[in-house]
Ligand binder design. Sequence first.
Ligand SMILES: *[C@@H]1O[C@H](CO)[C@@H](O)[C@H](O)[C@H]1NC(C)=O
Ligand SMILES: *[C@@H]1O[C@H](CO)[C@@H](O)[C@H](O)[C@H]1NC(C)=O
Ligand SMILES: *[C@@H]1O[C@H](CO)[C@@H](O)[C@H](O)[C@H]1NC(C)=O
Ligand SMILES: *[C@@H]1O[C@H](CO)[C@@H](O)[C@H](O)[C@H]1NC(C)=O
Length: 272
Amino acid sequence: MAEESYRRGLLVLSALTALFTALCKADEVLVYGERQSSVIVPGFSGLETSGRLNWQFSSRKTSAAILDYVIGSAEANISPMYKNRIQFFPSNASVLIKVLQYSDEGNYTLTVQGAVTQTRTVLLQVLGPLSDPLIFSSERNSSVELRCSVVSGSGLTFSWDRDGSALHNDTKYQLMEDYSTLTFTLTIRNLQKSDCGSYKCRVSNPVSVKESSYDLSSGEVCRQEVYLQWLVPVCALVPCALFLIGSGMFYFIKKKTRERHGMSEETDHINA
Ligand SMILES: *[C@@H]1O[C@H](CO)[C@@H](O)[C@H](O)[C@H]1NC(C)=O
Ligand SMILES: *[C@@H]1O[C@H](CO)[C@@H](O)[C@H](O)[C@H]1NC(C)=O
Ligand SMILES: *[C@@H]1O[C@H](CO)[C@@H](O)[C@H](O)[C@H]1NC(C)=O
Ligand SMILES: *[C@@H]1O[C@H](CO)[C@@H](O)[C@H](O)[C@H]1NC(C)=O
């Protein structure tokens, strides 16, 4: 009796040890996909030459068999609910999932049973498509604040750049992120003419990048520059125009007087 329970205990222990080592061996991979697009859930490259494998899906809500495959056979046996949505690559046991939905987020576990049993778990995270960032500006004192924000998104990173080079916190710029409102603010201090130009805000998540530009030419400092640009030719043109108008009028008046003179001479003639 005692021997029996001892043996049972040993069995349970060895089973637990096997489970533990299997769990530790299973390497975990994180993969991101974008909703409505496709993603490859990677398998193994150096696959066994015989045996069989299967893919399982599990999320907090459900778990399901995706496919099983006898290594070396022509086709995998894909479960009905995945039939038109996945493509299986026998060469590396990878699976392509099409038209991703949020419900596809979860763990994908590949089990290969050959000479040894190998497992791999891939955690797939499905991210929503990014919206184009919007930029709002406000100017106070001699600084300008450019606020770049997106409507929604997760796993976001932001950056600001000018003429292709990234901007960092320094005496000129201050960059602040607020992930609760998904807003990334660039403050340009002590605004000068040399700061006028185009600024680009770039927002990315692991699957896509979106960017928007803001032309800092409406700021007061920049407007002054624009006025100046116009002022020089305008200042040169005004006297020129005045001269042209003046000489035109002079010519016109002169012509009129001469005409009147000529006419009176003519009438004199007739009278005579
Ligand atoms: C697996 O093979 C397919 C087809 O050869 C290829 O497109 C895919 O990139 C491979 N996947 C990995 C993870 O290597
Ligand atoms: C995926 O598996 C990990 C452990 O491997 C677990 O922590 C996580 O909660 C699982 N995620 C889902 C969505 O099931
Ligand atoms: C604007 O500048 C004045 C003096 O230069 C300063 O007292 C004030 O706090 C500044 N306002 C803001 C909003 O920075
Ligand atoms: C820049 O400095 C501010 C504090 O002045 C800090 O809150 C912010 O996180 C810094 N930004 C970056 C991108 O390091």
